[in-house]
Design a protein around this ligand. Structure first.
Ligand code: AMP
Length: 594
C-alpha cells in the first residue's frame, strides 16, 4: 500500500509495505489483519462526519497536495482527455450542485448507460458527493434490460449519450414515469426534447461543494445481477465498502500512487466500478479509461503508449490475445508492466502459462462477485501461482466449501451446514463481515435472506480447496450463465423470447465456448401454425438481439418437448446435459414429455 498513514498500526501486516510488493508475507498478513486497522488507510470525512467514497477517491488527494496528478486519462473517438485530481474534484462538485438544483436528493438513484467517457467518473463521484446512489448499466444492453432495471431500481436520473437515448430510452420513456431527468453527455446546442445537455448544465454550476455527513452504512451503489429465477436483483452497497476496495486493490492488484492502471471492465459490471473507478482513485493512481472496443493490436498499443504498470482484465480478452499470438505481443514495448490480474470467469491454466512467455509475467486470477463488492480470493504477487487456481482468501476474509444436497446447493439441516475438508467439492461460502459485503437486494428481502445459511453467505459457485489452501473453481451451482464476462439470467432471456408470438415456452442454457467461456443457447417450443425453419430461427435471433442486446441468445433450437420438473418448470440442467452429451443424472423429478 503506497500511502501509509502515520497512525497505522506499527505491527503485523501494516509493516509489510515494501517496494517488493504490497503484501510480502501472506500468512502473517492474514494472521494480523483487521478491518478496523485497515480503515486507517483512508481518512474519513473531515471533522469525523463519516466516510464518503468520493472524498476518499478524490478530495483527499487534493487536500494532501496531489491535486495536480493526473487522475484519469480518457481515450475515446475524439482523442485523449486528461483530468487531474483537482479538476475531477471541481467537476464532481459541479455535478453534485447540479443534482441538488434539480431537486435530486440523498438516496435517489442515478443510473448511467455510458462507456468509459470522462463524464462517467464525474457522474459517479458527483452522485456520491450528493449522497445519491449510483447504478451503472451496460451500454450494450438492449431496451428491455435497461427498462427493467430502471423500474426495479426506481431510477430518477439517467446519464447517457444522445445516440443511446434515441435508440434505447426515448421509444419507451412513457413507460418510465419515475425517471425525472435525462442528462446527455454530448448534446450541446439543442438537446432532444425532455433532456438536458450535461456539459452546459455543469458549466452553470458552482465549483464548491461540501460533502454532507455520510454514514458508513449509507447506500452508495446499486448493482444489478442475475439469478436463476425471477427478475434481476439489485445488490445494495454502502459507502463503507470503499475500505474493502482500497485494501483489496493494495493486496491483489498491488496498486501504488505512481501506477498507471488499466481496468478493462465495462462500467456496467461491478468490476468496472469497484476497480474501474473507486479503488484506483483511492490509491491516487492515473487511471486509463479506454472507451473503444477490444482489438488486440490496439490494446497492446494502449499498454505501450500509456506505460501501463498494472493491468486488470478478463479471461475472454486474454484468450483472444493468446489467439492473436506471442509474436504480436512481442512487437510492443510492454516494459512498464509489472502486474497482470484477471477476474470474472474461469481463467484457463494455459493462459497463465502463456502470459509468462508473452509478457514475462503470469496472470494473477482472482475471484469475487457482485454481492461481495470486492476481491475475495486472489493470487498475490508474492505468492507462487498455481495455474488454474483462483488463489487464497484475502486477509480479513474467511472462505469455506460446504457440503451440497440433492439440489446442488449447500445442504442446510436445522439451520446448520457442513464445512468440507480438502479436495471435496461443495458450494463456495464466505463468512459475512467485510465492509463491501452487500447489504440487501433492493425491495427483495426474501432473496437476500435466502443467500445465507449457518452463518455463511452462499455464493452459488462450486469449488474445492486443495491441501495448501488454494481455491479451485468447479462451476456454477445454479443455472446462471457467464458469457464473455456477462452474468446472464436465463429467466430474463426466456421471458423476452416468450414475448415473440411464435414462442410458447423457452429454456435457456450456457454452452461452452473456447473464447467467450459460454454462449447463450435457447430451446423454444413453437405455437401451433409456426414452422421450425431457418427463417423463423433467424427472426428469433434478431428479435432477441433487438430486445436484449449483449445478453441475447447466440443460438436457438426448436424443441416441441421441453423436459419439465414435476412442478412444471423447464429443466435447464437436463437440456444442458443433453446438449453436452453428459449423463442425465437423477430424473426423478422429471415430468414425462407432454
Ligand atoms: P458477477 O457478479 O457478474 O461479477 O459474476 C460473479 C460470478 O462470476 C461468480 O459467482 C463466478 O461464477 C464467476 N467468476 C468470477 N470470478 C471468477 C474466477 N476467477 N474464476 C471462475 N469464475 C469466476
Amino acid at each position: 500500500m503506497g500511502r501509509r498513514p502515520v497512525d497505522a498500526s506499527p505491527d503485523g501486516w501494516a509493516t509489510q509495505l515494501s517496494s517488493a510488493s504490497n503484501l510480502t508475507d501472506y500468512d502473517e498478513a492474514r494472521r494480523d489483519f483487521s478491518w478496523a486497522v485497515a480503515q486507517r488507510f483512508l481518512s474519513g470525512l473531515p471533522d469525523a462526519r463519516g466516510i464518503n467514497i468520493a472524498y476518499e477517491a478524490v478530495d483527499r488527494h487534493v487536500a494532501t497536495g496531489r491535486g495536480g496528478h493526473v487522475a484519469i486519462r480518457s481515450i475515446g473517438r475524439h482523442g485523449t482527455r486528461e483530468l487531474t485530481y483537482r479538476e475531477l474534484m471541481t467537476l464532481s462538485n459541479r455535478f453534485a450542485n447540479l443534482l441538488r438544483s434539480l431537486g435530486v436528493g440523498p438516496r435517489a438513484r442515478v443510473f448511467t448507460v455510458l462507456g468509459r467517457q470522462a463524464e462517467l467518473y464525474v457522474t459517479a463521484l458527483g452522485c456520491w458527493k450528493n449522497t445519491s446512489v449510483l447504478s451503472p448499466l451496460f451500454a450494450a444492453f438492449g431496451p428491455e434490460p435497461i427498462r427493467n432495471r430502471l423500474l426495479l431500481g426506481d431510477g430518477e436520473v439517467l446519464v447517457t449519450t444522445t445516440s443511446l437515448y434515441r435508440r434505447k430510452i426515448a421509444p419507451q420513456r412513457d413507460q418510465l414515469p419515475a425517471l425525472r431527468h435525462i442528462l446527455l453527455i454530448d448534446a450541446p446546442g439543442e438537446p432532444p426534447a425532455g433532456t438536458i445537455d450535461l456539459g452546459t448544465a455543469l458549466a452553470a454550476q458552482p465549483d464548491e461543494w461540501t460533502i454532507p455527513a455520510t454514514s458508513p452504512e449509507a447506500m452508495a451503489l446499486l448493482h444489478f445481477t442475475s439469478g436463476t429465477t425471477g427478475t434481476p436483483k439489485g445488490a445494495i452497497h454502502v459507502h463503507e465498502a470503499v475500505v474493502a476496495h482500497h485494501v483489496t486493490a493494495a493486496f491483489a492488484l498491488d496498486l501504488r500512487p505512481d501506477d498507471v492502471f488499466w481496468c478493462t471492465a465495462d462500467p456496467g459490471w461491478v468490476t468496472g466500478t469497484s476497480y474501474g473507478i473507486i479503488a484506483p482513485l483511492t490509491h491516487g493512481v492515473t487511471l486509463l479509461a479506454d472507451d473503444g472496443d477490444f482489438d488486440a493490436a490496439r490494446w497492446y498499443q494502449l499498454l505501450a503508449d500509456n506505460h501501463v504498470t498494472v493491468w486488470y482484465t478478463a479471461p475472454t480478452a486474454l484468450r483472444m490475445l493468446m489467439r492473436a499470438g506471442t509474436e504480436m505481443a512481442a512487437r510492443y514495448d510492454l516494459s512498464a508492466l509489472r502486474h497482470i490480474a484477471s477476474v470474472g470467469e474461469p481463467l484457463n491454466p494455459e493462459v497463465v502459462v502463456w502470459a509468462q512467455e508473452a509478457y514475462g509475467m503470469p496472470v494473477h486470477d482472482n475471484w469475487w462477485q457482485t454481492e461481495t463488492g470486492a476481491i475475495m480470493i486472489s493470487n498475490y504477487p508474492s505468492m507462487p501461482i498455481r495455474p488454474g487456481s483462483m488463489g487464497r482468501p484475502m486477509p480479513g476474509v474467511e472462505a469455506g466449501v460446504l457440503r451440497c444436497g440433492d439440489e446442488g446447493r449447500a445442504a442446510v439441516t436445522d439451520g446448520q451446514v457442513e464445512v468440507l475438508g480438502a479436495d471435496q467439492v461443495g458450494e463456495l461460502a464466505l463468512r459475512p463481515g467485510w465492509p463491501s459485503m452487500f447489504r440487501g437486494y433492493l425491495h427483495d428481502d426474501a432473496r437476500y435472506l435466502a443467500a445465507f445459511a449457518g452463518g455463511w453467505y452462499l455464493t452459488g459457485d462450486l469449488a474445492r480447496i486443495d491441501a495448501d489452501g488454494y481455491f479451485w473453481f468447479v462451476g456454477r451451482a445454479d443455472d446462471v450463465i457467464k458469457s464473455s464476462g456477462h452474468l446472464v439470467g436465463p429467466f430474463e432471456v426466456e421471458s423476452t423470447l416468450l414475448e415473440h408470438p411464435a414462442v410458447t415456452e423457452a429454456g435457456v442454457i450456457g454452452v461452452p465456448d473456447p473464447i467467450a467461456g459460454e454462449i447463450v443457447k435457447a430451446f423454444v417450443t413453437l405455437r401451433a401454425g409456426y414452422q421450425p425453419d431457418e427463417a423463423l430461427r433467424g427472426e428469433l435471433l434478431a428479435f432477441g438481439r433487438r430486445r436484449l442486446g449483449a445478453v441475447a441468445p447466440r443460438d436457438i433450437a426448436f424443441d416441441q418437448n421441453l423436459p419439465h420438473t414435476s412442478s412444471g418448470k423447464v429443466m435447464r440442467r437436463l437440456l444442458k446435459a443433453r446438449e453436452l452429451g453428459l449423463p442425465e443424472g437423477d430424473l426423478s423429478t422429471l415430468e414425462r414429455p407432454r
